[in-house]
Design a protein around this ligand. Structure first.
Ligand SMILES: N[C@@H](CCC(=O)N[C@@H](CS)C(=O)NCC(=O)O)C(=O)O
Length: 201
């Protein structure tokens, strides 16, 4: 398998999940500004969507969309314990991933765009804090992981998205539960290995 990624981008969540699952994967970095991969390939020809993550499977087919990649890897590697088996627990993972992808991740997006006005950025920060505030409240019951007693792929996605906060002047200071969860995730060997492999630590 080969994962197309950009350091620290949302593709890091797929990268972490692959390592958590013990899947051996080649990594190929993509320069998103030029849509060129580190081996000189035209990334748009590999993934017409033009964005990371993109995972080339063993049969040569391409799987895109981070939430699909993470769930596929978790379910294809049940020994890793990242994929709950009962229908409601699976729906809870889907619920969390959808919230993270469509509400939290995409609330951060305007903060990275050069064309966003300062007013637009202020609104985006407000929205990010509101979305994260809900997660902070969910964590207030003392649970160790986003969905309860065990980590799921949603924890890794949350970790990666909230890593962006410091780069775009979003303060996580008001979120002690979220910060404790982030620390638990960061301490995992697979997470450290992925951060190192992407040159982030
Ligand atoms: N819907 C996609 C969005 C992926 C996405 O936003 N990727 C960003 C990095 S976090 C990217 O590659 N942006 C470059 C671009 O869109 O030009 C997913 O969830 O996988």
């Amino acid at each position: 398998m080969k994962l197309y990624y950009s350091p620290g981008a949302c593709s890091l969540a797929s990268h972490i999940v692959l390592r958590e699952a013990g899947v051996s994967v080649d990594l190929e970095k993509v320069a998103l500004a030029t849509r060129t991969t580190e081996s000189g390939a035209d990334f748009a020809a590999i993934n017409p969507k033009g964005y990371v993550p993109a995972l080339v499977l063993e049969d040569g087919s391409l799987l895109t969309e981070g939430v699909a990649i993470m769930q596929y890897v978790a379910e294809a590697n049940p020994h890793a314990g990242l994929a709950p088996k009962d229908a409601l627990s699976r729906a809870r993972v889907q619920e969390a991933l959808n919230y993270l992808g469509t509400e939290v991740h995409k609330s951060f997006s305007p903060l990275f765009k050069p064309w966003t006005t300062e007013e637009g950025k202020a609104q985006a920060r407000e929205m990010v804090l509101k979305r994260l505030g809900l997660i902070e409240t969910q964590l207030a019951d003392g649970r160790d992981w986003l969905l309860g007693d065990a980590p799921t792929v949603a924890d890794f996605y949350l970790f990666v998205i909230t890593n962006w906060a410091g780069h775009v002047a979003v303060s996580l200071d008001g979120f002690p539960n979220l910060n404790a969860l982030r620390a638990r995730i960061a301490a995992r060997p697979a997470v450290q290995a992925a951060l190192k492999a992407e040159g982030l630590i």
